[in-house]
Design a protein around this ligand. Structure first.
Ligand code: GGG
Length: 357
């Protein structure tokens, strides 16, 4: 059986880290005898927008719905397309139409990478953020009235549904239950956001009835962010709404030294539609074109994709390979964000060579 994988580099450094993600994927596929067919697409990018006036072709759903997974780079090039147009025109369409309601984002301090937090070593920071991925604060409900006048009014609603919240909580509880610490932390703000968030807390309790082995705590998002910095070792699985989860899953990797290594899986758990794998980082226009972006976020995303496709040994081999290369600490290989003077390609090639054995 071959796995059909849609490859969409997107924008900025997405186009630079994708070749290294594919190099690692192909090395792992060869080593473990996995049959992979790559299908390349140029849409979901601001270059595509410049040529066609939209981020996606009209038949994108038909083109992608039968692939086994989508391997994505990054979206956004604000010089040519406003960020909300590029994001809503591409990635958010994928997440919603393919019902990828879980955004799973591991956060782990890796060997050889220096945390900006004092005295942290690998093993001290190792948790998951589970981000609700199809509703919440990322809603398209709202509008503007009296635009450009003194009476201008702007409203954007937060939308939370019982189906949407319960299913992501269930996923987070099950993940926590499968881990040794069995600990779930819920991000809330039920003192200030006094309708949706107290209800979110109620749903955390209600769904938790089915998971008596999981210990649960909750923090308001402000002190939770502070505790990511002060006590990252407290956390095992953190579940959060769409916006809170987005923020926490940038902050978490920042505490591990660089957001460049952070991967993510946008998962449709029931398998009706393809899931999508992408680094947490965006297109990074400030370093795009320099060839210095860290490719590990893309490579680790390939590992998550292989695990999702039923190849845990190949997935683990990719993780072992980048951990080994990082642990060696060769400055000529590593990218500048982790203290090296190498390039996207030197780091990607070293990882693929390690994988090939
Ligand atoms: N590779 C992820 C990416 O391109 N992120 C851009 C971004 O701003 N994403 C917002 C989001 O994940 O909701």
């Amino acid at each position: 059986m071959t796995h059909r994988i849609a490859v969409i580099p997107g924008d900025g450094i997405g186009k630079e880290v994708m070749p290294e993600g594919l190099r690692a994927l192909e090395a792992a596929a060869t080593r473990f005898g996995i049959d992979v067919t790559l299908e390349h697409f140029d849409f979901a990018s601001c270059d595509y927008y410049a040529a066609h006036g939209q981020m996606l072709p009209d038949d994108w759903f038909e083109q992608l719905k039968d692939v086994d997974a989508i391997f994505y780079g990054a979206v956004g090039w604000p010089e040519t397309v406003p960020d909300h147009v590029s994001l809503w025109g591409s990635l958010l369409q994928f997440r919603r139409r393919f019902d990828q309601y879980v955004n799973l984002r591991p956060c782990k301090l890796l060997p050889g990478v220096k945390s900006p937090l004092a005295d942290r070593k690998p093993g001290d920071i190792d948790f998951y953020v589970v981000r609700e991925n199809t509703e919440g604060e990322y809603s398209s409900v709202g509008g503007r009235m009296f635009e450009g006048t003194e009476r201008e009014v702007v409203i954007q609603e937060t939308v939370m549904t019982r189906t949407g919240v319960d299913r992501v909580l269930k996923y987070a509880y099950e993940l926590a239950q499968s881990r040794p610490r069995k600990k779930l932390t819920s991000a809330t703000k039920s003192n200030g956001i006094a309708i949706t968030m107290p209800w979110w807390d109620e749903r955390v309790k209600a769904v938790g009835v089915n998971y008596p082995q999981v210990s649960v705590d909750q923090f308001h998002i402000d002190i939770l962010a502070a505790n990511f910095v002060m006590h990252p070792d407290w956390f095992d699985v953190v579940v959060a709404s769409n916006l809170f989860g987005d923020i926490l899953s940038d902050l978490g990797p920042a505490c591990t030294g660089t957001i460049g290594v952070a991967p993510s899986a946008n998962i449709n758990p029931d398998g009706t539609f393809p899931s999508l794998f992408e680094p947490v980082h965006g297109s990074a226009p400030d370093i795009a074109g320099k060839g210095i972006a860290n490719p590990i976020g893309q490579i680790w995303s390939a590992a998550m994709m292989l695990e999702h496709l039923g190849h845990p040994a190949a997935s683990q081999a990719i993780v072992d390979a980048f951990e080994a290369v990082l642990g060696e600490g060769d400055k000529a290989t590593l990218t500048p964000d982790i203290g090296g003077n190498g390039t996207t390609e030197t780091l990607g090639r070293a990882i693929a060579e390690r994988l090939a054995g």
